[in-house]
Design a protein around this ligand. Structure first.
Ligand SMILES: Nc1ncnc2c1ncn2[C@@H]1O[C@H](COP(=O)(O)OP(=O)(O)OP(=O)(O)O)[C@@H](O)[C@H]1O
Ligand SMILES: [Mg+2]
Length: 311
C-alpha cells in the first residue's frame, strides 16, 4: 500500500482552479520532488495533504489514513514545513522546540532528549539558548525543519525548505535532507529548481496550472524530457573533426560547437554507451581534454514541457 496516495485532488478558489485532479502515489522511503513555477499549485496541494485546507473534490490517504475523515491520525504521522516561517519573539530555540514537542504530547521526561536530538540533527546545538529572532534565515529554516521532526514523523511535507537561502545554506539543508532520507522517511519536497532535487529524489512530478504534467522516476523523466543527456566535450585541437565523427554515432542526436568552443552533444545512450563514445573519440586520435555530462536545468525543462514536447 502506498504511504501517500493522492486521488483526484482538486481545489477551487473563487475564480480559479488551483489544483486540478491531481493523482500521485508514494511508497515508503520515496523522496518526491514536487516541481513547478510560481502559482502552479504546490503550496495548495501540500496544505491539503497537511489537512490544513479542505479539498473541493478528491482526497488522499497518508499512512492509510484519509485526510478528510481522519485528519488527527494524518497529523500524527506527518511533519509539515510551511513555505513561510512565522515570527516568534522572546522565545529561545530550545523552548520553541520544547513547545512543539509538548503540543505533540510527548511526555516531559522525553522532551529534553528529543529537543537535543533534533538540534543535533539540524546542526543547531550551539544555538540552543539563543533567541529565535537572533538566528539567520538559514538557521531559522533549519529550526523550522527541526520543529517538524520532534514527533518523529514517517512522512515529511516540505514546502520549499531551501528557498531564499545562499548556496552554502542550501547545501546544508540538502545534507540534512539526505540524512532524513537515510533515516527512511518518505518525503515530498517542493521547489522551483529541478537540479536542486534531481540528485536525491527518486521521483519527481512537474505541476503546471494545477495539473501534474509529468511524474515518475527521475532518470525516466530526464530522459523523456531532455531526450537523453547533454554531454559537454572539450578537445585540444579544432573541434570540427570531432563533431563530424560524433554525428555518425547513432545515439548522438545533435552535436555542435558552442560559443565557448565546447562541443555540446544531445545523447540518448546509457552509461555504457557514453563510455564507448569517449573511447571511440580517443581511439580515433581526438585529443579530448574533458568529457562531462551536463545537468538539465529547469528552465529548459519547463520550456520543453510547455512547448508540448512531452506527450
Ligand atoms: N487563499 C487563496 N485564495 C485565492 N487564490 C489562491 C489562494 N491561495 C492560492 N491561490 C491561487 O492558487 C494558485 C496556486 O497557488 P499556490 O500557492 O498553491 O502555488 P505555488 O505553486 O505554491 O506557487 P509558489 O511557487 O509561488 O509558492 C495561484 O493562482 C494562487 O494565486
Ligand atoms: Mg508555494
Amino acid at each position: 500500500m502506498p504511504v501517500v496516495h493522492v486521488q483526484h485532488l482538486r481545489k477551487e478558489y473563487e475564480s480559479i482552479t488551483a489544483v486540478n485532479g491531481l493523482c500521485l502515489h508514494l511508497d515508503e522511503g520515496d523522496i518526491f520532488g514536487f516541481i513547478g513555477p510560481n502559482g502552479a499549485g504546490k503550496t495548495t496541494t501540500i496544505k491539503m495533504l497537511a489537512t490544513l485546507l479542505r479539498p473541493t473534490a478528491g482526497t488522499a490517504t497518508i499512512g492509510g489514513h484519509d485526510i478528510l475523515r481522519e485528519p488527527e491520525a494524518v497529523r500524527a504521522i506527518i511533519g509539515y514545513m510551511p513555505d513561510f516561517f512565522g515570527v516568534y519573539d522572546d522565545i529561545k530555540v530550545w523552548e520553541y522546540l520544547d513547545f512543539f514537542a509538548a503540543a505533540y504530547k510527548l511526555p516531559r521526561e522525553k522532551r529534553a532528549r528529543v529537543v537535543d536530538d533534533v538540534l543535533q540533527l539540524t546542526d543547531l546545538t550551539a544555538k540552543k539558548d539563543a533567541y529565535v529572532e537572533e538566528l539567520s534565515r538559514g538557521m531559522k529554516q533549519r529550526l523550522c525543519l527541526a520543529k517538524t521532526l520532534v514527533h518523529d514523523p514517517q512522512v515529511l511535507l516540505l514546502d520549499e525548505p531551501a528557498s531564499g537561502l545562499d548556496p552554502r545554506a542550501r547545501i546544508e539543508i540538502k545534507e540534512l535532507l539526505k540524512e532524513l532520507k537515510r533515516m527512511g522517511k518518505t518525503i515530498l519536497i517542493s521547489s522551483h529548481i529541478l537540479p536542486e532535487l534531481a540528485d536525491f529524489c527518486n521521483k519527481i512530478g512537474i505541476i503546471e496550472k494545477g495539473e501534474l504534467v509529468i511524474s515518475g522516476g527521475v532518470q525516466e523523466i530526464l530522459q523523456q524530457v531532455a531526450g537523453g543527456h547533454v554531454l559537454e566535450i572539450r578537445v585540444l585541437d579544432d573541434p570540427q573533426p570531432a563533431v563530424a565523427m560524433l554525428r555518425e554515432v547513432p545515439s548522438v542526436r545533435t552535436a555542435q560547437v558552442a560559443e565557448d568552443h565546447a562541443i555540446r552533444v544531445e545523447f540518448s545512450g546509457d552509461a555504457e554507451a557514453q563510455h564507448a563514445l569517449l573511447r571511440t573519440l580517443l581511439q580515433r586520435g581526438i585529443r579530448v581534454q574533458s568529457f562531462s555530462e551536463q545537468r538539465t536545468d529547469l528552465e529548459d525543462l519547463f520550456m520543453r514541457v510547455t512547448k508540448g514536447i512531452v506527450s
